[in-house]
Write a protein that binds this ligand. Structure first.
Ligand SMILES: Nc1ncnc2c1ncn2[C@@H]1O[C@H](COP(=O)(O)OP(=O)(O)O)[C@@H](O)[C@H]1O
Ligand SMILES: [Mg+2]
Length: 322
């Protein structure tokens, strides 16, 4: 295998009282990517995460997390994996630093090491002393306890707690839920930076338009089944357009002759002109052929774009009928 997999699941299934809530799931997460586990409420995202953590046992199927089985080798998985649950709790009357020290202690990290890591993760999540001061305002200088934190700050502290044991893989279950747009963006920026620091991320969300920009790959769950999975840019085109592309070319005063030439190219399904822009639907990526036709007919090639379908479009396709 050329690419390392952080997670590989085959036929993973979970039933509660005879009801199948995760249904023969196959899933691959590559090392050092942000994988979006997406789907509406009740789709089975949290249950899937719990099975991967070894916190609930699958009825059928198998999963390998960093090369280990969470059911047979739970400690080996837990040692290297971080988990931010949907609802995080803190000691509200303690500071961020005190909360982190407590978690470090629980994880058996030595005093000196904990000091160093606390500084490191607080910096990563944007909760240094001066950042906290700025967020809470100068009047609250004395009380910087977590109880005073905004929801966004608390979520970032949650991620700091997850990162303090330097995990190779983290599961973040709906981390953006309940945040305002600024908080969402800060959190997503932080998540996007994790693979560069050597941490693979599984990010669950039912609000895909929010998380789209930081995911390399996604899997969409609906009623416990994986309906679509893969790299985001590829998925858009294949799933939505049935292998079709939309190419936009900007030139100057495109005439009938040019439109006719482009229409005649093999693989072109249609051409529409709006002012200086030609919208061309094709069966393949014909950017080279189209630009050649434009230039050979003595038109300037001002701009060329190939349209990527957004994740929202994919989501609509799979969830509209729900
Ligand atoms: N402990 C449980 N006992 C019974 N049913 C559960 C339990 N946990 C989850 N479920 C059910 O399993 C389904 C999937 O839930 P969940 O994994 O929490 O979905 P999601 O995280 O995508 O919202 C839901 O129908 C939910 O009601
Ligand atoms: Mg959930």
């Amino acid at each position: 295998m050329s690419e390392t997999l952080a997670i590989s699941a085959q036929g993973l299934t979970k039933r509660y009282d005879g009801v199948t809530v995760v249904d023969h799931l196959n899933l691959q997460v590559k090392a050092n990517e942000v994988f979006g586990l997406l789907g509406p409420n009740g789709a089975g995202k949290t249950t899937t995460i719990l099975m991967m953590l070894g916190l609930t046992e699958p009825a059928e199927g198998s999963v390998s997390v960093l090369g280990f089985s969470p059911t047979r080798e739970p400690l080996k998985v837990k040692r290297q994996v971080g988990y931010l649950p949907e609802r995080v709790g803190f000691y509200e009357n303690m500071t961020a630093r005190e909360n982190l020290r407590f978690i470090a202690d629980l994880n058996g990290i030595s005093y000196n090491e904990a000091n160093q890591r606390t500084d490191e993760v607080l910096k990563m999540v944007g909760l240094t002393e001066s950042e906290i001061m700025e967020a809470l305002g100068p009047k609250r200088k004395i009380e910087k306890t977590v109880g005073k934190f905004s929801r966004g700050m608390k979520q970032r502290l949650g991620i700091a707690e997850v990162l303090i044991k330097r995990p190779r893989l983290v599961f973040l279950d709906e981390p953006t839920a309940g945040l305002d747009p600024k908080g969402i963006n800060q959190l997503l920026d932080l998540i996007a930076a994790l693979p560069k620091a050597g941490t693979t991320v599984v990010l669950s969300s039912h609000q895909l338009y929010q998380v789209q920009r930081v995911c390399h790959s996604i899997g969409i769950l609906a009623k416990g089944k994986m309906v679509i999975q893969g790299a985001i840019d590829k998925l858009g085109r294949e799933a939505l357009a049935g292998g079709r592309f939309q190419i936009e070319v900007e030139t100057e005063n495109p005439g009938e002759k040019l439109i006719k030439v482009i229409r005649g190219l093999k693989g072109v399904l249609g051409v529409e002109a709006k002012g200086n822009v030609l919208s061309i639907s094709t069966e393949a990526d014909l950017r080279r052929q189209v630009s050649k036709a434009v230039v050979e007919n003595n038109y300037p090639l001002i701009q060329m774009k190939i349209q990527e379908f957004s994740l929202d479009d994919i989501y609509m396709k799979y969830f509209r009928e729900e």
